[in-house]
Write a protein that binds this ligand. Structure first.
Ligand code: SD4
Length: 296
């Protein structure tokens, strides 16, 4: 047991490798997590995060991100922010503030520019075309709005037992202007406490928030559950609660890691992929299929 890093979705493979090499060389979790997420944000191939993220229903790219340092419980959050190259860095900057830790829209953009963060038009030709294609699919009823969206979420623990959790996303496809999901909301999209561990979530934000799923996963680890057990209980309980009370549950996926670098992941979806790297191992891609963890 030692350092470790775990990330949602296969798109985080390269970023997780980068984060792992930082941790392997004695680097710290804040750098490992932000570098891992930046790698995904900066890659225009991924149409659900950062540069090249899918726009909202009006065609504007609005991005969300969250960051939490488990040593101090410092958290920073940003939502519906436009034209900022790396929302995760904006969230990290906000986590260093005493007040005003959650900024959205124009205020978030103003703050980011004051902090010297890079401005960038985040809409690419690829995502604009993909957006148009999906709008057409929705109109032909081949796809429902709000389908097909992935958030990058990363949890890492370093050799100094610092736990960091962070997220970055363009949110739901066809979301309304100003809509925020779980990703920038502390306890829902992400949570970290270095005394215990951290967790991040991906799926339907409107449902993930109803169970404060990341906090709940960390709370279960704090109660003594191993990470895999904590992830399973948290996802199953929320899925059941939503199904009982509302007739159905949206997609819920969680990855988590405790302060010793032990990890867990669970999902109520048909297939959910994630990437893990722990001390002494290479980064590996896994999936949850039919509620089982399978190495790919
Ligand atoms: C949201 N949870 O904005 C995000 C989207 C996501 O997999 O993670 N999709 O609701």
């Amino acid at each position: 047991m030692g350092w470790g890093i775990i990330s949602t979705w296969e798109m985080a493979h390269e970023g997780t490798k980068k984060g792992a090499s930082i941790l392997k060389n004695g680097g710290k979790a804040p750098e490992a997590v932000t570098e891992a997420i930046k790698e995904v944000e900066n890659n225009p191939e991924y149409v659900s995060v950062g540069f090249g993220g899918l726009p909202n229903e009006n065609g504007d790219v609005e991005l969300d991100a969250g960051y939490m340092n488990g040593d101090t419980l410092s958290a920073g959050m940003t939502g519906a922010v436009k034209n900022i190259k790396n929302p995760v860095i904006l969230a990290k900057n906000l986590s260093e503030e005493r007040f005003n830790i959650f900024l959205t829209g124009k205020g978030a953009e103003k703050y980011a520019l004051e902090k010297g963060l890079e401005k960038r038009n985040m809409l690419t030709e690829k995502s604009e075309n993909e957006y148009k294609r999906r709008v057409e699919d929705v109109s032909k009823k081949l796809l429902s709005p709000y389908e097909g969206h992935d958030t990058v979420g990363v949890v890492a623990v370093d050799n100094f037992s610092t736990v960091i959790a962070a997220t970055s996303t363009s949110g739901l496809f066809m979301k309304k202007e100003g809509r925020l999901g779980d990703s920038p909301v502390i306890g829902s999209g992400f949570y970290a406490d270095s005394d215990t561990g951290g967790a991040v979530a991906t799926g339907l934000g409107e449902d993930l928030m109803k169970g404060c799923i990341s906090y709940e996963t960390v709370r279960l680890m704090k109660e003594g559950k191993k990470p895999q057990e904590a992830a399973e209980i948290a996802v199953k309980n929320l899925d059941k609660k939503l199904t009982d009370k509302r007739g159905k549950s949206g997609d819920i996926s969680v990855v988590c890691m405790n302060r010793y670098g032990e990890w867990g992941a669970f999902s109520n979806t048909r297939e959910f992929k994630f990437v893990v790297c722990c001390e002494g191992k290479e980064p590996e891609i896994y999936k949850i299929e039919d509620y089982k963890v399978i190495k790919i």
